[in-house]
Ligand binder design. Structure first.
Ligand code: ATP
Ligand code: MG
Ligand code: MG
Ligand code: MG
Length: 576
């Protein structure tokens, strides 16, 4: 590729609204261009990076046996009414109407559409397992779109959905994806961590997030220095505190009396230290029917620490009783309170307290005001108005770092991370609500066991930059760079030998499959070098008249301090 044919457009200044490095650098390097809040053009230079991400994702998904299809961005609301999400999902779901006044949504993910396909196409157990994926535009009307394409409203996600005959098979499909995700993230060349995440409404332990490590990350991750233990913050808080899930389950199904038992009572029952980490915790207990399906959910609000006397504060019970124990999801809290989980204040408290839910701590600030369950909660509680916003992450950092890991191996440490992928066992949530069944060996219809697997394709480009940059600009890992090698000839427009050597090298590298860019714009060396350092091309080859006379070219890695000289005949082998 030659620069004159391509589109190179760099800026000296970052846009005023850019808070993080990746946003600044992507804009300055001419990779993205803002069209509206959270809505960006992917300019030619940026699109090349996105395509690299997509290709790696696509290759590894195919290798793992998933099959690609594409589902519409705009989807009829009827499907979303079947699953319940049309009314249940908050304003993140963009709803729109056509000329006949019919409702539609812009897909934030595509469980409904894929389940609709499955119920028509996958009729027999013989067709299972099946994993469908798409790499497609998503829209989420994020309350705070920010950080450029890191948290856009329109973005590209790879979303995959597995369909299986039973739980064991679904677990196997989930494991295939966990392995594939590791292969994908290894290939990106980024430092990342796979962390256990809360599996929310479904329960169990089949939810894992893939987090790119970066100081600017919105999430906090806890990991052990001596083992594989790693979890996202809200799960880590809980796991670190709750000695045994079994004990918790026992205690919760038997003992607390809403409005009577104190938080201290419950904490003692659960073996939770009161002086640590968690200020409040929303737990849910499930009552199962004969088939093992969830019949009823109770959401418990526990206060475990804070400026309140735990012996005074009563445990709030939020709805019916269930067997089993897990963390309540945002959706459940929404259901039970009829509003977004904000900051719920149990009876007896003057001030509302923060709820630890299945969302990241940082994301809690996205939630709107409190709850209104009679007798148990304060109404109209406002974050920032009724009580100050603590630095939750710093708070937890101070408390847990250096503590023993829950598995007894090593001590806990904390990283900040950017969530770039999420694998999740869904169970029969969508297949049951949408009546999606297949026929088993005995000819009986059974609901599909499902899993869903997302990767933030566009977010990865931004995350890569957060992790790899310096004062001069972006430093792309080779796998994601828009071009791997840039040839910078000095005097391309006026020195025939330099031009000939540059053209020749360009063609030779291109012929062996190197993504090579030749800067034929005739810019001054300083300006030319600054552009490509800003854009972050891993290898620069400088061709000068003097070098040519000595039979040498200058090669410089983007991370290296000094250039090295390479003999002309060795150059292709050296940089490819
Ligand atoms: P977050 O916690 O950052 O809001 P999420 O948990 O809501 O993300 P998922 O529903 O798990 O996101 O979607 C799968 C992936 O899509 C995420 O892991 C992330 O990489 C990406 N993603 C989600 N929201 C956005 C967004 N607004 N902009 C860019 N990428 C996103
Ligand atoms: Mg989100
Ligand atoms: Mg998340
Ligand atoms: Mg997620």
């Amino acid at each position: 590729m030659k620069a004159s044919q391509f589109f190179v457009s760099t800026l000296k200044e970052a846009p005023a609204d850019a808070e993080v490095t990746s946003h600044k650098l992507m804009t300055r390097a001419g990779m993205i261009k803002k069209l509206g809040a959270g809505i960006y053009n992917y300019m030619p230079m940026g699109l090349r990076v996105i395509r690299k991400v997509e290709n790696i994702v696509r290759e590894e998904m195919n290798r793992a046996g998933a099959v690609e299809l594409t589902m519409p961005v705009v989807q009829p609301a009827e499907l979303w009414e079947e699953s319940g999400r049309f009314s249940k999902m908050g304003p993140e779901l963009l709803r729109l109407k056509d000329r006949h006044d019919r409702d539609f949504v812009m897909q934030p993910t595509s469980e409904e559409a894929i389940t609709d396909i499955a119920r028509q196409e996958l009729r027999s157990y013989k067709q299972l397992p099946k994993n469908f994926y798409q790499i497609q535009t998503k829209f989420r009307d994020e309350r705070r779109p920010r950080f450029g394409i890191m948290r856009g409203r329109e973005f590209t996600m790879k979303d995959a959905y597995s369909f299986d005959r039973d739980q064991a098979a679904a677990k196997a499909s989930y494991d295939v994806m966990r392995v594939a995700y590791r292969a994908i993230f290894d290939r990106f060349g980024l430092k990342y961590r796979a962390v256990a995440a809360d599996s929310g409404a479904i329960g169990g332990d089949l939810s894992e997030e893939f987090q790119v490590i970066a100081d600017t990350g919105e999430d906090a991750l806890i990991y052990s220095t001596g083992s594989d233990y790693a979890a996202n913050i809200e799960l880590a808080e809980a796991v670190a505190l709750i000695a045994a899930r079994g004990a918790a389950k026992e205690a919760l199904t038997k003992t607390p009396t809403p409005g009577k038992s104190t938080c201290a009572d419950v904490a003692t029952l659960l073996g939770l230290p009161l002086d640590r980490t968690v200020k409040s915790l929303v737990l849910a207990t499930d009552e199962l029917d004969d088939k093992g399906d969830v019949k009823k959910t109770t959401v418990w609000l526990l206060l475990l620490r804070g400026d309140h006397d735990m012996n005074e504060v009563k445990v709030g019970k939020i709805a019916g009783l269930k067997d089993g124990f897990r963390f309540a999801t945002v959706g459940e809290i929404e259901d039970h309170f009829g509003c977004k989980p904000g900051y719920l204040g149990p009876i007896g408290l003057k001030k509302p307290v923060k709820v630890v839910s299945d969302r990241t701590v940082a994301n809690m600030s996205d939630f709107v005001v409190g709850a209104n369950e009679l007798d148990f909660h304060l109404t109209g509680a406002n974050w920032g108005r009724d009580f100050p916003e603590p630095d939750a992450v710093a708070d937890i950092r101070n408390v847990v770092a250096g503590d023993p890991s829950p598995d007894g191996q090593g001590v806990l440490a904390i990283d900040r991370g950017i969530e770039v992928g999420h694998v999740f066992y869904l169970g029969t949530k969508y297949s049951k609500s949408m009546n999606a069944t297949f026929l088993d060996e005995t000819g009986k219809p059974q609901p599909f066991e499902m899993g869903c697997y997302g990767i933030g394709v566009t977010r990865i480009a931004a995350a890569a930059i957060e992790q790899n940059n310096d004062a001069r600009g972006i430093i792309w890992p080779v796998a994601l760079a828009p071009f791997t090698v840039v040839i910078c000839p000095i005097g391309y427009d006026r020195n025939a030998e330099v031009k000939a050597a540059a053209d020749k090298l360009h063609d030779e590298l291109a012929a062996v499959g190197v993504d090579v860019m030749l800067d034929d714009r005739g810019e001054r060396p300083g300006a030319m070098f600054a552009d490509w350092e800003l854009i972050g091309i891993p290898v620069r080859v400088v061709i000068s008249d003097r070098g040519l006379k000595e039979g040498q070219l200058e090669v410089q890695g983007r991370r290296e301090e000094k250039a090295s000289t390479v003999a002309l005949p060795d150059i292709v082998a050296d940089v490819r």
